[in-house]
Design a protein around this ligand. Structure first.
Ligand SMILES: Nc1ncnc2c1ncn2[C@@H]1O[C@H](COP(=O)(O)OP(=O)(O)O)[C@@H](O)[C@H]1O
Ligand SMILES: [Mg+2]
Length: 265
Protein backbone atom coordinates (compact mmCIF):
# COMPACT_ATOMS: atom_id res chain seq x y z
CA UNK A 1 0.00 0.00 0.00
CA UNK A 2 2.82 2.32 0.90
CA UNK A 3 4.24 1.86 -2.57
CA UNK A 4 1.47 4.17 -3.71
CA UNK A 5 3.31 6.87 -1.88
CA UNK A 6 6.71 6.03 -3.22
CA UNK A 7 6.21 6.54 -6.91
CA UNK A 8 9.50 6.54 -8.77
CA UNK A 9 9.26 9.19 -11.41
CA UNK A 10 12.29 11.37 -11.17
CA UNK A 11 14.43 11.70 -14.31
CA UNK A 12 17.61 11.56 -12.24
CA UNK A 13 16.42 8.60 -10.25
CA UNK A 14 18.88 5.73 -10.08
CA UNK A 15 17.69 2.65 -8.21
CA UNK A 16 20.39 2.29 -5.60
CA UNK A 17 19.21 -1.10 -4.44
CA UNK A 18 21.18 -2.35 -7.42
CA UNK A 19 24.06 0.10 -7.63
CA UNK A 20 25.95 0.29 -4.37
CA UNK A 21 29.46 0.46 -3.08
CA UNK A 22 31.37 -2.80 -3.07
CA UNK A 23 33.29 -2.82 0.19
CA UNK A 24 35.21 -5.38 2.17
CA UNK A 25 33.72 -8.86 2.05
CA UNK A 26 31.88 -7.91 -1.15
CA UNK A 27 28.99 -6.46 0.84
CA UNK A 28 26.86 -3.86 -0.86
CA UNK A 29 26.72 -0.52 0.91
CA UNK A 30 24.69 2.60 0.30
CA UNK A 31 27.00 4.71 2.52
CA UNK A 32 30.68 4.11 3.24
CA UNK A 33 32.65 6.39 5.53
CA UNK A 34 36.36 5.78 5.88
CA UNK A 35 38.86 7.35 8.28
CA UNK A 36 36.86 10.56 8.52
CA UNK A 37 38.26 13.42 10.61
CA UNK A 38 36.94 16.89 11.32
CA UNK A 39 38.87 19.62 13.10
CA UNK A 40 37.42 22.99 14.08
CA UNK A 41 40.68 24.92 14.51
CA UNK A 42 42.50 22.84 17.13
CA UNK A 43 39.41 21.00 18.32
CA UNK A 44 38.86 17.47 17.03
CA UNK A 45 35.11 17.05 16.49
CA UNK A 46 35.40 13.73 14.62
CA UNK A 47 38.26 11.30 15.04
CA UNK A 48 38.90 8.48 12.55
CA UNK A 49 35.27 7.58 11.86
CA UNK A 50 34.75 4.45 9.73
CA UNK A 51 31.42 2.69 9.14
CA UNK A 52 29.17 1.32 6.39
CA UNK A 53 25.42 1.37 5.92
CA UNK A 54 23.67 -1.37 3.95
CA UNK A 55 20.74 -0.60 1.64
CA UNK A 56 17.46 -1.03 3.51
CA UNK A 57 19.05 -0.47 6.91
CA UNK A 58 17.60 1.67 9.68
CA UNK A 59 20.99 2.85 10.88
CA UNK A 60 21.40 4.80 14.09
CA UNK A 61 23.93 7.34 15.19
CA UNK A 62 23.80 7.56 18.96
CA UNK A 63 25.69 9.85 21.28
CA UNK A 64 25.38 12.39 24.07
CA UNK A 65 25.23 16.13 23.30
CA UNK A 66 28.46 17.33 21.76
CA UNK A 67 29.51 13.82 20.63
CA UNK A 68 29.74 14.92 16.99
CA UNK A 69 26.46 13.54 15.57
CA UNK A 70 25.36 16.71 13.78
CA UNK A 71 28.86 17.38 12.49
CA UNK A 72 28.98 13.89 10.97
CA UNK A 73 25.52 14.19 9.41
CA UNK A 74 26.24 17.69 8.10
CA UNK A 75 29.35 16.31 6.41
CA UNK A 76 27.21 13.57 4.84
CA UNK A 77 24.80 16.11 3.41
CA UNK A 78 27.57 18.40 2.28
CA UNK A 79 27.04 21.31 4.63
CA UNK A 80 30.37 20.90 6.44
CA UNK A 81 33.65 19.96 4.75
CA UNK A 82 35.65 17.18 6.38
CA UNK A 83 39.32 17.69 7.25
CA UNK A 84 40.27 14.26 5.88
CA UNK A 85 38.81 10.87 5.02
CA UNK A 86 36.50 9.57 2.33
CA UNK A 87 32.74 9.25 1.93
CA UNK A 88 30.84 7.41 -0.75
CA UNK A 89 27.08 7.63 -1.00
CA UNK A 90 25.37 5.44 -3.57
CA UNK A 91 28.73 4.58 -5.11
CA UNK A 92 29.54 8.23 -5.71
CA UNK A 93 32.36 10.16 -4.07
CA UNK A 94 30.83 12.93 -2.00
CA UNK A 95 33.82 15.16 -2.66
CA UNK A 96 33.16 15.29 -6.39
CA UNK A 97 29.60 14.13 -6.97
CA UNK A 98 27.29 15.78 -4.45
CA UNK A 99 25.22 17.28 -7.26
CA UNK A 100 24.32 13.77 -8.39
CA UNK A 101 24.00 12.37 -4.87
CA UNK A 102 21.46 15.00 -3.79
CA UNK A 103 18.88 13.77 -6.30
CA UNK A 104 18.57 10.54 -4.38
CA UNK A 105 19.00 11.88 -0.86
CA UNK A 106 16.50 13.30 1.65
CA UNK A 107 17.64 15.53 4.49
CA UNK A 108 16.01 16.40 7.82
CA UNK A 109 18.36 18.78 9.64
CA UNK A 110 18.33 19.21 13.42
CA UNK A 111 17.09 22.80 13.16
CA UNK A 112 14.19 22.73 10.79
CA UNK A 113 14.65 25.37 8.12
CA UNK A 114 11.09 25.60 6.84
CA UNK A 115 9.87 28.83 5.32
CA UNK A 116 7.72 30.35 8.07
CA UNK A 117 5.67 32.64 5.85
CA UNK A 118 4.67 29.97 3.38
CA UNK A 119 1.99 27.33 3.68
CA UNK A 120 2.76 23.66 4.29
CA UNK A 121 1.98 22.85 0.65
CA UNK A 122 4.14 25.72 -0.63
CA UNK A 123 7.05 24.55 1.49
CA UNK A 124 6.93 21.21 -0.31
CA UNK A 125 6.36 22.48 -3.84
CA UNK A 126 9.02 25.18 -3.60
CA UNK A 127 11.53 22.67 -2.26
CA UNK A 128 10.80 20.40 -5.21
CA UNK A 129 12.13 23.12 -7.55
CA UNK A 130 15.58 22.49 -6.09
CA UNK A 131 15.41 19.11 -7.82
CA UNK A 132 13.90 20.41 -11.03
CA UNK A 133 10.72 18.40 -10.51
CA UNK A 134 7.94 19.23 -12.94
CA UNK A 135 5.11 21.31 -11.45
CA UNK A 136 2.43 18.65 -12.04
CA UNK A 137 4.57 15.87 -10.54
CA UNK A 138 5.47 18.10 -7.63
CA UNK A 139 1.78 18.77 -6.87
CA UNK A 140 0.97 15.04 -7.05
CA UNK A 141 3.86 14.06 -4.85
CA UNK A 142 3.17 16.83 -2.32
CA UNK A 143 -0.42 15.65 -1.98
CA UNK A 144 0.67 12.03 -1.49
CA UNK A 145 3.13 13.06 1.19
CA UNK A 146 0.64 15.31 2.99
CA UNK A 147 -1.76 12.37 3.00
CA UNK A 148 0.84 9.96 4.30
CA UNK A 149 1.84 12.32 7.12
CA UNK A 150 -1.79 13.21 7.97
CA UNK A 151 -1.16 16.84 7.14
CA UNK A 152 -4.08 17.41 4.80
CA UNK A 153 -5.94 19.64 7.21
CA UNK A 154 -2.89 21.87 7.54
CA UNK A 155 -2.15 22.00 3.84
CA UNK A 156 -2.87 25.73 3.50
CA UNK A 157 -1.76 26.77 7.01
CA UNK A 158 1.31 28.92 7.39
CA UNK A 159 4.21 26.98 8.87
CA UNK A 160 4.59 29.66 11.58
CA UNK A 161 1.21 28.57 13.02
CA UNK A 162 2.19 24.89 13.47
CA UNK A 163 3.22 23.03 16.62
CA UNK A 164 6.66 21.45 16.91
CA UNK A 165 5.34 17.97 16.11
CA UNK A 166 3.57 19.12 12.96
CA UNK A 167 6.62 21.06 11.78
CA UNK A 168 8.73 17.93 12.14
CA UNK A 169 6.26 16.00 10.00
CA UNK A 170 6.39 18.72 7.34
CA UNK A 171 10.20 18.61 7.36
CA UNK A 172 10.21 14.83 6.97
CA UNK A 173 7.56 15.02 4.22
CA UNK A 174 9.66 17.64 2.45
CA UNK A 175 12.73 15.38 2.58
CA UNK A 176 10.82 12.79 0.54
CA UNK A 177 9.73 15.09 -2.29
CA UNK A 178 12.44 13.75 -4.63
CA UNK A 179 11.70 10.05 -3.88
CA UNK A 180 15.08 9.42 -2.26
CA UNK A 181 16.40 5.94 -1.52
CA UNK A 182 18.27 7.31 1.50
CA UNK A 183 17.12 9.80 4.11
CA UNK A 184 19.31 11.35 6.79
CA UNK A 185 17.59 12.70 9.91
CA UNK A 186 19.27 14.58 12.74
CA UNK A 187 17.39 14.00 16.01
CA UNK A 188 13.95 14.32 14.38
CA UNK A 189 11.96 13.73 17.56
CA UNK A 190 13.92 15.88 19.98
CA UNK A 191 11.66 17.89 22.27
CA UNK A 192 8.43 16.27 21.05
CA UNK A 193 5.64 14.87 23.20
CA UNK A 194 5.51 11.04 23.38
CA UNK A 195 2.43 10.95 21.15
CA UNK A 196 4.13 12.95 18.36
CA UNK A 197 7.29 10.93 18.78
CA UNK A 198 5.36 7.67 18.39
CA UNK A 199 3.65 9.02 15.29
CA UNK A 200 6.98 9.87 13.68
CA UNK A 201 8.41 6.46 14.64
CA UNK A 202 5.49 4.74 12.92
CA UNK A 203 5.94 6.75 9.74
CA UNK A 204 9.68 6.16 9.64
CA UNK A 205 9.18 2.42 10.13
CA UNK A 206 6.70 2.34 7.26
CA UNK A 207 9.13 4.23 5.03
CA UNK A 208 11.94 1.84 5.96
CA UNK A 209 9.70 -1.16 5.24
CA UNK A 210 8.99 0.31 1.81
CA UNK A 211 12.73 0.04 1.06
CA UNK A 212 14.06 3.46 2.04
CA UNK A 213 17.37 3.37 3.89
CA UNK A 214 17.35 5.58 6.98
CA UNK A 215 20.35 7.07 8.73
CA UNK A 216 19.26 8.90 11.86
CA UNK A 217 20.78 10.33 15.03
CA UNK A 218 19.31 10.33 18.51
CA UNK A 219 20.22 10.57 22.14
CA UNK A 220 17.04 8.77 23.23
CA UNK A 221 17.79 5.13 23.95
CA UNK A 222 14.13 4.13 23.83
CA UNK A 223 14.08 5.39 20.25
CA UNK A 224 17.32 3.59 19.38
CA UNK A 225 16.01 0.29 20.77
CA UNK A 226 12.75 0.59 18.93
CA UNK A 227 14.03 1.67 15.52
CA UNK A 228 17.63 0.88 14.76
CA UNK A 229 18.76 -2.33 13.07
CA UNK A 230 22.44 -1.31 13.24
CA UNK A 231 24.09 1.60 14.97
CA UNK A 232 27.25 3.35 16.04
CA UNK A 233 27.69 5.06 19.38
CA UNK A 234 29.81 8.20 19.26
CA UNK A 235 31.49 9.89 22.20
CA UNK A 236 33.89 12.84 21.99
CA UNK A 237 34.04 12.40 18.23
CA UNK A 238 35.04 8.72 18.26
CA UNK A 239 33.08 5.55 17.58
CA UNK A 240 32.97 3.64 20.85
CA UNK A 241 30.49 0.89 19.87
CA UNK A 242 29.29 -0.47 16.56
CA UNK A 243 26.77 -3.14 15.55
CA UNK A 244 23.30 -4.43 16.37
CA UNK A 245 21.84 -3.86 19.84
CA UNK A 246 22.71 -7.44 20.82
CA UNK A 247 26.37 -6.91 19.72
CA UNK A 248 26.54 -3.73 21.76
CA UNK A 249 24.82 -4.88 24.93
CA UNK A 250 25.99 -8.52 24.75
CA UNK A 251 22.74 -9.04 26.66
CA UNK A 252 24.48 -7.95 29.85
CA UNK A 253 23.25 -4.40 30.17
CA UNK A 254 20.54 -2.33 28.56
CA UNK A 255 21.43 0.17 25.89
CA UNK A 256 20.41 2.90 28.32
CA UNK A 257 22.92 1.67 30.93
CA UNK A 258 25.69 1.43 28.35
CA UNK A 259 24.87 4.91 27.07
CA UNK A 260 24.95 6.39 30.58
CA UNK A 261 28.33 4.75 31.25
CA UNK A 262 29.68 6.19 28.00
CA UNK A 263 28.23 9.64 28.61
CA UNK A 264 30.05 9.79 31.99
CA UNK A 265 33.47 9.35 30.38
N1 LIG B 1 31.13 25.24 13.55
C1 LIG B 1 31.74 24.82 14.66
N2 LIG B 1 32.82 25.45 15.15
C2 LIG B 1 33.44 25.00 16.26
N3 LIG B 1 33.05 23.93 16.98
C3 LIG B 1 31.97 23.27 16.54
C4 LIG B 1 31.25 23.67 15.36
N4 LIG B 1 30.21 22.80 15.19
C5 LIG B 1 30.27 21.91 16.19
N5 LIG B 1 31.32 22.20 17.00
C6 LIG B 1 31.71 21.44 18.19
O1 LIG B 1 31.86 20.09 17.81
C7 LIG B 1 31.37 19.24 18.85
C8 LIG B 1 30.33 18.31 18.28
O2 LIG B 1 29.16 19.07 18.00
P1 LIG B 1 27.87 18.41 17.32
O3 LIG B 1 28.31 17.70 16.12
O4 LIG B 1 26.87 19.50 17.17
O5 LIG B 1 27.44 17.37 18.44
P2 LIG B 1 26.04 16.61 18.67
O6 LIG B 1 25.21 16.81 17.45
O7 LIG B 1 26.41 15.19 18.92
O8 LIG B 1 25.42 17.24 19.88
C9 LIG B 1 30.85 20.12 19.95
O9 LIG B 1 31.86 20.25 20.94
C10 LIG B 1 30.60 21.45 19.25
O10 LIG B 1 30.77 22.52 20.14
MG1 LIG C 1 23.32 17.59 17.17
Amino acid sequence: MLNNYIIRYHPHFIDMRYICCKGEGMQNYIVTVKNLNKMFNNFTALNDITFNVKPGDFFGLIGPNGAGKSTLLKILYHLVTPTSGSIHIQNLDLKYDYRKIKYNLGIVPQDDNLDEDLSVLENLTIYSMYFGIHRKKSAEKSNELLDFFNLNEKKYSKVSSLSGGLRRRVTIARSLINDPDLIILDEPTVGLDPEYRQNIWNKLQLLNKSGITILMSTHYMEEAEKLFKNMIILNHGRIVKNGKISDITLNKKTLEEIFLDIAKT
